[in-house]
Design a binder for this molecule. Structure first.
Ligand code: NAD
Length: 482
C-alpha cells in the first residue's frame, strides 16, 4: 500500500484498548511505510498528561516489538496529548486548534479519523461537538470509528446510531467488530467463493450442521461492571457470532465489493429464524460458572450482585431460512472460564446414503476452520488403510499453507488500514447490527419472561450438560470437546 496521510484523534487515548491494540497496530502500519511522514495522532482523555508522557506510554506499548530504538522514537514523536472532557465544549476548541496545527505541520490535507475508544454513552456528544466545533474538515475525509458495545438492544442501538449518523453519514461510520479483521474469518469467503469444490456442497443438501465455538478461559476480570449489564448473549452473540453466521450462510455476492457483500450478509441475518418464547427455552441454554477448579464462581466475583442472573455462557441452535441453509442447524456457544481460548467453526457434512461401505464405519466429512489460537483449516476425510483388504480410517487434510515467515497481522492493524482506505467491508453495517439485535432481543425477552432456566457449569469445563443435550436431541454432538 502507498503512504496514507491522516490525523488520528483517539478519544480514550489513555485507555486499555489504546495501549494494548491501537498503538501497537499503528506502529505496524508505520513499519510498513503506510504511515510515514504525513501522519499524527492526538490522544485525548480526561487525565492531565503531557505529550512526553503519552509518547512514553506509546513506546511502552511496543517495547516488545524488537524494532530499532530510533524507529520507535520517531514513531512516538508523531503523538500529541490533549486533556479533554468530552462534555466540555471549550475543550473542543483547543482540540480543533491542535488538529489544525498538526494538519499543517505534517501536511495531512484534512484527512481525519476519529477513534471513539471510550464508553458509548459519550459517542453522541462527541459526534455532535466534532461537527459543531468544526473539527471535521472540508478538505479531506472525516471518518468515525466506534467500538463495541453498540447498544444493549435494538432500541438503544438505534438511538446510539442516530446520535452519530446525524453528523456522520453511513459511509464515514466504521463500527468495529474485530473478529471481522481476523485472518481466518476473512478466509471464510475465500474458502467458499474461490473453490468450486466447496461451493458445490455449501448448502442444505450436503451440510448436516454447523458448529461455532468462541470459548474463553478467563473469567470476567476487570470488566465485571460492564459484563454484569451485558452477559454472553449481548457481548459475543449479537456481534461476533452472528457476523460469522452471516459469512457462513450468505449467498454468493454478485461481486467482491463492499456493497454487494453487505447486501448478502444483511439478507442472511434477516433470514434468521425467530423463536416463540417457549421455543427459546428449548433451543437456547444459558448458564453461569460456579466456584470450582480452585476458582471463584461468577456470583463471588467483585462487582457482581449476589443474585445476578447474567449468563456467562450461552449455547443455541439457530436456523438461517434462506434457500441454501433452511433446515441446517447452526449450533453456537460461547462462554467464560471454559477449557481454553478458542475460536473455531466445524462444518459437519451429511452421512453418505449409499451402502458401498459399511456406513457405520465411515467418519463424517468435517471441515474445521480454526480461527484461534492458530489459523488452520482441516478437512476430515476417510481413506483406505494401508495393506490387505479394504479397511478405512479417518484422515485430516491440512488446507492451510504454513508459512512461518509470514506474520499474521493483528485484526486491529488490518481494520485501521481498511479505515484509512475508506473500505468498510470488514465493519458492521447498521442494518446488520439492527437485524442481529432484533434476533438477540427476542431471546433476551423470552429469558426475561422466565423461559429457560439459568444453569451452572464448572470452571475449566466446556459449559453445562444442557449444552451437550441440545445437540444430543438431534443425534449430534459437539465436534470440539475442549
Ligand atoms: P478504559 O476504561 O481503559 O478507557 C476509557 C477511556 O475513556 C480513558 O482514556 C478515559 O480517560 C476516557 N474517558 C472516560 N470518561 C471521559 C470523559 N468524560 N472525557 C474524556 N475522556 C474520558 O476503556 P477501554 O478498555 O480502553 O475501552 C474503550 C472502549 O472500547 C469501550 O467502549 C470498550 O467497551 C471498548 N472495548 C474495549 C476492549 C478492550 O480490550 N479493552 C475490547 C473491545 C471493546
Amino acid at each position: 500500500e502507498t503512504e496514507q496521510k491522516a490525523l488520528f484523534i483517539i478519544f480514550g487515548g489513555t485507555g486499555d484498548l489504546a495501549k494494548r491494540k491501537l498503538y501497537p497496530s499503528l506502529f505496524q502500519l508505520y513499519k510498513k511505510g503506510i504511515l510515514k511522514d504525513n501522519f499524527a495522532v492526538i490522544g485525548t482523555a480526561r487525565r492531565p498528561w503531557t505529550d512526553e508522557h503519552l509518547q512514553e506510554v506509546v513506546k511502552d506499548s511496543i517495547i516488545n516489538d524488537g524494532a530499532p530504538r530510533d524507529q520507535i522514537d520517531e514513531f512516538a514523536g508523531h503523538f500529541y496529548y490533549q486533556s479533554h472532557n468530552v462534555n466540555d465544549t471549550e475543550h473542543y476548541v483547543t482540540l480543533r486548534k491542535l488538529a489544525e496545527k498538526l494538519d499543517s505541520k505534517y501536511q495531512i490535507k484534512g484527512n481525519r479519523l476519529f477513534y471513539l475508544a471510550m464508553s458509548p454513552r459519550f459517542f453522541g456528544t462527541i459526534a455532535k461537538h466534532l461537527k459543531s466545533q468544526n473539527i471535521v474538515t472540508d478538505e479531506g475525509y472525516n471518518r468515525v470509528i466506534v467500538e463495541k458495545p453498540f447498544g444493549r438492544d435494538f432500541e438503544s442501538a438505534k438511538e446510539l446510531n442516530d446520535s452519530i449518523s446525524k453528523y456522520f453519514p453511513e459511509e464515514s461510520f466504521f463500527r468495529i467488530d474485530h473478529y471481522l479483521g481476523k485472518e481466518m474469518i476473512q478466509n471464510i469467503m475465500a474458502l467458499r467463493f474461490s473453490n468450486n469444490l466447496f461451493r458445490a456442497v455449501w448448502n442444505n443438501r450436503y451440510i448436516d450442521n454447523i458448529q461455532i465455538t468462541l470459548s474463553e478461559a478467563l473469567g470476567v476480570e476487570e470488566r465485571a461492571g460492564y459484563y454484569e449489564t451485558a452477559g454472553a448473549l449481548r457481548d459475543m452473540v449479537q456481534n461476533h457470532i452472528l457476523q460469522i453466521v452471516s459469512l457462513l450462510t450468505m449467498n454468493m455476492p454478485a461481486s467482491y465489493s463492499e456493497s454487494d457483500i453487505r447486501r448478502e450478509k444483511i439478507y442472511a441475518l434477516k433470514s434468521l429464524k425467530k423463536y416463540s418464547p417457549a421455543k427459546v427455552a428449548e433451543n437456547f441454554v444459558r448458564a453461569q460458572y460456579i466456584a470450582s477448579d480452585g476458582r471463584v464462581g461468577y456470583l463471588q466475583e467483585n462487582e457482581i450482585a449476589d443474585d445476578s442472573t447474567t449468563e456467562t455462557f450461552v449455547a443455541g441452535k439457530l436456523f438461517v431460512n434462506n434457500e441454501n441453509f433452511s433446515g441446517v442447524p447452526i449450533y453456537i456457544r460461547t462462554g467464560k472460564r471454559l477449557t481454553r481460548k478458542t475460536t473455531r467453526i466445524d462444518i459437519s457434512f451429511k452421512e453418505m446414503e449409499t451402502s458401498f461401505f459399511d456406513s457405520k464405519k465411515l467418519g463424517r466429512n468435517i471441515l474445521t476452520i480454526n480461527v484461534e489460537p492458530e489459523g488452520q483449516v482441516f478437512l476430515q476425510t476417510n481413506i483406505k488403510k494401508i495393506g490387505q483388504g479394504f479397511d478405512l480410517e479417518p484422515s485430516r487434510m491440512n488446507l492451510q499453507l504454513n508459512n512461518e515467515h509470514e506474520v499474521v497481522p493483528e485484526a486491529y492493524e488490518k481494520l485501521l488500514l481498511d479505515a484509512l482506505l475508506g473500505d468498510a467491508t470488514n465493519f458492521a453495517h447498521w442494518e446488520e447490527v439492527a437485524f442481529a439485535w432484533k434476533f438477540v432481543d427476542s431471546i433476551r425477552e423470552a429469558w426475561d419472561a422466565g423461559n429457560g432456566k439459568l444453569s451452572e457449569y464448572e470452571c475449566g469445563s466446556m459449559g453445562p450438560k444442557e449444552s451437550e443435550v441440545l445437540l444430543e436431541h438431534d443425534g449430534n454432538h459437539w465436534v470440539f470437546t475442549g
